[in-house]
Design a protein around this ligand. Structure first.
Ligand code: GUN
Length: 282
């Protein structure tokens, strides 16, 4: 037996193609402001990929690339200008920020109506309450689509998420709970982690540790989602040891070509939705 590959690249391409057609019918082009502070290597690549994917579907981006030593008040001023600028529909601040900046204060300054990353407490709070937020974080949203492509009804499933981040683990846990799953989040302080992961019908690895999860960690016939993007000997690999688990799992996302392309597609979708939302709120 070998696990079914969940082809994130293909699903993301379908979403981007549909968006391209929808944008072609609009009188206004959706516009995303990307704020990048400093020169973190991974962030530079992610931002470049977001801009490239946006351009391919006719979505406008403006990059505000600020120096590493930018002060918090300068950054907050830029975000306030972008909040007020009616030509901008969505705003993202690429994370991580340099350590002298307070990530929560910065995120909280983005208008919830333009928060296409879905990180603002208004949007995360609405999600927690199982109400409709303006935006849901792109990576968890993409993961839900990948999981539902192989398992449409999630009610009653045991889900284990390795990693409790603001960007992936926490919002994903809420999305899964809202679909009636029983959810466990593990993190570096979790004891006997394998006892938990071995019970998972759906296991999501989002901890940034190369090949942490091997066949010994998983339940037979489980669905495995790999959010990791690690570099090992010049090669990209995930948080799951793909070769070790592939014969035991039912379905698995590859790295690259799994979650990564979905994150970008959902960000573009959120920015398109932001334009429609703001047109309604005029
Ligand atoms: N850094 C890693 N992933 C993300 C993301 O989805 N959004 C932002 N703003 N920063 C990130």
């Amino acid at each position: 037996m070998t696990a079914q590959l969940i082809d994130g690249k293909q699903i993301a391409t379908q979403i981007r193609t549909a968006l391209k057609q929808q944008i072609a019918h609009l009188s206004q082009v959706p516009h995303l402001a990307i704020v990048l502070v400093g020169n973190d290597d991974s962030s530079l690549i992610y931002v470049h990929n977001k801009q490239k994917a946006a351009a391919e579907i006719g979505l406008k981006t403006t990059l505000f690339h600020l120096p590493e030593n930018t002060s918090e008040s300068e950054l907050l001023d830029l975000i306030e200008c972008s909040n007020q600028d009616t030509s901008i529909n969505g705003i993202i601040v690429q994370l991580p920020l340099p350590s002298h900046l307070n990530t929560h204060r910065v995120i909280n300054s983005i208008s919830p109506l333009k928060d296409v990353d879905g990180f603002h407490p208004y949007n995360t709070g609405m999600l927690q309450n199982n109400e409709k937020p303006y935006f849901i974080a792109a990576t968890p949203l993409g993961i839900m689509k990948l999981v539902q492509s192989v398992c449409p009804n999630l009610s009653g499933k045991n889900v284990v998420i390795i990693g409790a981040s603001l960007i992936v683990g926490r919002p994903l846990a809420t999305l899964m709970l809202n679909q009636e799953c029983t959810v466990t989040i593990t993190h570096i302080h979790t004891k006997n982690i394998k006892e938990l992961t071995r019970k998972a019908d759906i296991l999501v690895a989002a901890c940034g540790v190369a090949k942490l999860v091997n066949a010994d960690w998983i339940k037979p016939d489980s669905i495995l989602i790999d959010v990791g993007i690690n570099r090992e000997n010049g090669k990209i690999c995930g948080d799951i040891d793909f070769a070790d688990v592939v014969a035991k799992a039912a379905a698995i996302t590859p790295v690259p070509g799994g979650v990564g392309p979905m994150t970008i597609a959902m960000l573009l979708q959120n920015t398109y939705n932001a334009l429609l939302l703001q047109q309604q709120n005029l």
